[in-house]
Design a protein around this ligand. Structure first.
Ligand SMILES: [Zn+2]
Length: 622
């Protein structure tokens, strides 16, 4: 089963759509006011058996659950698929990089590497770097550490790096793409990093992806980083991963801290399984990278930061703009406004800067190292490595940590605070999939608020993990939720795709076909991508990698005969249009409405198609 099929199978269209519009049962189906156009009488239908939907009103369109999410959330196919995959707990194949991009990236790594050496040399040798050298010394970094992390210094000059790299043969456009220089309003370019201490940032393969830079005085901002570039994706950066990876694997534990200084101090003191997340929130991308090395993650953020949000939150959570990182799931391409993240997501993201869902979905164990108030990891390690080791041995599971943080400011003897605690913590418990763990925390919560276990269990059973936001409570249709969904396999659509992909000469004929004829979103995707491209090889680039497996299966198919391609094509088109129309007609009929102009139109069209087919078929003479 392909990943797409798995996602569809584990997703109930009624549940998903029910989160956007209030569904009313109508026989075997559901009706609603259309969530896409404004109307007074429901003309929107959801068909659980076919796992599809259709608006018979102004939209006159429909499809499967993926096309619904694409339309509703303004996402492309891959984004919609990822959203539903996460909801269903399905792991998708990651994006592969097209060849041209690979070369561009190689070039960026080279130019970054050259810049890193240039900066490093300046820190070691330039008279202008005196202040930087004494700062490094004041932090207690040894010459070996400075070399290990290739720390550097950028001259307080507008053009020195640019000139140096141009002379080395790098192009100005590459320097711009790498974020090493900035284009000013007058079109002139100049160095981005000036008069700063430089931290080259590398990926796990040791390639220099970008830079962090720190001011050497009290000016703000204290830190400047490379911008988002093809090699520098802020949501995946783990500072120090190049030096820590082997040790993380060996010790079977990774420690995530907050900044460059923490990482460097830790490594210099022999704690070598440490990386930094470059911010308070840990992203799923970062956890995915670490998961390849270990399943045991320890978080160690500066004392007050991690707990701050949790205690401040209260009821105003929705008014607060979530930090950039909390929205990691909605990629930079996503058009979903951050304000639309649901409350559970915000809560999980804000407490401790990470989310319990990650832990569950990624099957990792996340613990939090609690630090004495006012201290950060850097301080403690410098004072005593032993103290640090003791603290990290006492790290507590993240859910327990959230329990602590969510209740510290509450008086659990009052009814109001009891219910506040339940409001905060029950959604977190609901996200836990392992029944034994979940039972453990529900008991813990019951004990905390001194409420009977079954009261909480009843409340819990009314909740479901909320990954797509919900607007109205939804009755669970018993028949569809108990079993896995039927597979939406569409042999006719797939046969047709095989035919047109293997016979590029048919390409010119596709114009009179609508993507709407394909019920299945992945087939729709392939069809629209094929209209846009010339070669099979470039077709793949047009498509989200999650569709590649499906595409391969379709192109590898062997058709029984290669005769009469034109004839086959015509028959296929007619069949597709017919099944499209029949679907519409059948579904409309199921709604129990009387015959309308719409039905008459459909049956007329069907009759026309039938006669067209007989007319074209060889052997059928009139
Ligand atoms: Zn509509």
């Amino acid at each position: 089963m392909s990943a797409i099929e798995e996602v569809k199978q584990k997703t109930d269209i009624v549940e998903v759509i029910g989160q956007y519009t209030s569904l009313k049962k109508a026989g075997r189906n559901f009706t609603a006011l259309c969530p896409f156009h404004s109307e007074k009488n429901p003309s929107f239908f959801v068909y659980p058996e076919q796992q599809s939907w259709h608006c018979f009103g102004a939209c006159n369109t429909g499809g499967d659950v993926l096309s619904f999410i694409m339309k509703k959330e303004s996402l492309d196919f891959g984004e919609a698929l990822r959203l539903l995959a996460q909801r269903a707990g399905v792991t998708l194949p990651s994006r592969t990089v097209p060849e041209g991009d690979k070369e561009e990236k190689e070039e960026l790594y080279r130019v970054n590497e050259a810049a890193a050496m240039y900066f490093h040399n300046l820190l070691l040798n330039s008279p202008a770097a005196e202040k930087a050298r004494s700062y490094v010394e004041s932090r207690g970094f040894t010459p070996q550490t400075v070399a290990d992390f290739q720390l550097g210094f950028s001259l307080d000059s507008w053009e020195s790096l640019k000139q140096y790299l141009l002379e080395k043969g790098h192009s100005e456009s590459n320097l711009l793409t790498a974020g090493l220089i900035i284009e000013a309003e007058n079109g002139k370019t100049h160095d981005r990093f000036r008069g700063k201490l430089i931290f080259p940032i590398r990926d796990s393969k040791g390639r220099t992806t970008g830079f962090g830079a720190r001011v050497l005085d009290d000016s703000l901002p204290k830190y400047v980083n490379s911008p988002q570039t093809p090699t520098f994706d802020k949501s995946s950066i783990l500072y120090g991963i190049d030096r820590a990876a082997a040790n993380i694997r060996k010790l079977d534990t990774a420690i995530i801290m907050e900044g460059y200084m923490d990482v460097i101090t830790a490594h210099q003191n022999g704690i070598t399984n440490v990386v930094a997340s470059m911010g308070t929130a840990v992203t799923e991308n970062q956890l995915t990278i670490l998961k390849k090395l270990t399943k045991n993650i320890l978080l160690s953020f500066d004392a007050d930061l991690a707990g701050l949000e949790a205690s401040e939150r209260g009821g105003e959570i929705a008014d607060k703009p979530p930090s950039e990182q909390t929205a990691y799931r909605y990629s930079t391409k996503s058009k979903t406004p951050l304000s639309q993240l649901n409350e559970a997501e915000l809560r999980n993201a804000e407490i401790a800067g990470t989310r319990v869902i990650n832990e569950e979905a990624l099957n990792i164990d996340v613990r939090v190292i609690e630090l004495p108030e006012g201290k950060d990891p850097d301080d403690i390690i410098k004072e005593s490595v032993q103290t640090w080791q003791d603290l990290s041995n006492k790290a507590i599971p993240i859910v327990d940590y959230m329990f602590d943080k969510a209740t510290t400011q509450l008086d659990l003897n009052t009814a109001r605070d009891k219910s506040l605690a339940v409001d905060r913590l029950l959604p977190i418990v609901a996200e836990i999939k392992d029944p034994v763990r979940q039972a453990h925390y529900i008991q813990k919560l019951a004990g905390l608020v001194k409420v009977g276990l079954h009261t909480l269990e009843a409340a819990l059973s009314g909740m479901k993990p909320a990954t797509v936001r919900r607007k109205t409570p939804l009755p669970r249709p018993a028949a569809v939720t108990q079993t896995l969904r039927p597979l939406g396999s569409s042999p006719r659509e797939e046969y047709f795709l095989t035919l047109i992909l293997q016979n590029p000469q048919l390409k010119g004929r596709l114009e009179d076909l609508s993507p709407e004829y394909f019920q299945s979103s992945e087939n729709r995707e392939i069809f629209t991508a094929w209209q846009k491209t010339d070669k099979l090889s470039s077709l793949k680039e047009e498509l989200d990698p999650a569709v590649h497996e499906h595409l391969d299966a379709i192109t590898a198919r062997i058709l029984p005969t290669t005769d009469n391609i034109e004839q086959r094509y015509n028959d296929c088109v007619i069949e597709l249009r017919k099944s499209h129309l029949r679907n519409l007609a059948a579904r409309k009929a199921e709604s129990g409405d009387t015959v309308t102009d719409f039905d008459i139109e459909i049956s007329t069209q069907l009759r026309e198609l039938e006669s067209l087919k007989n007319h074209r078929r060889p052997g059928v003479r009139r």
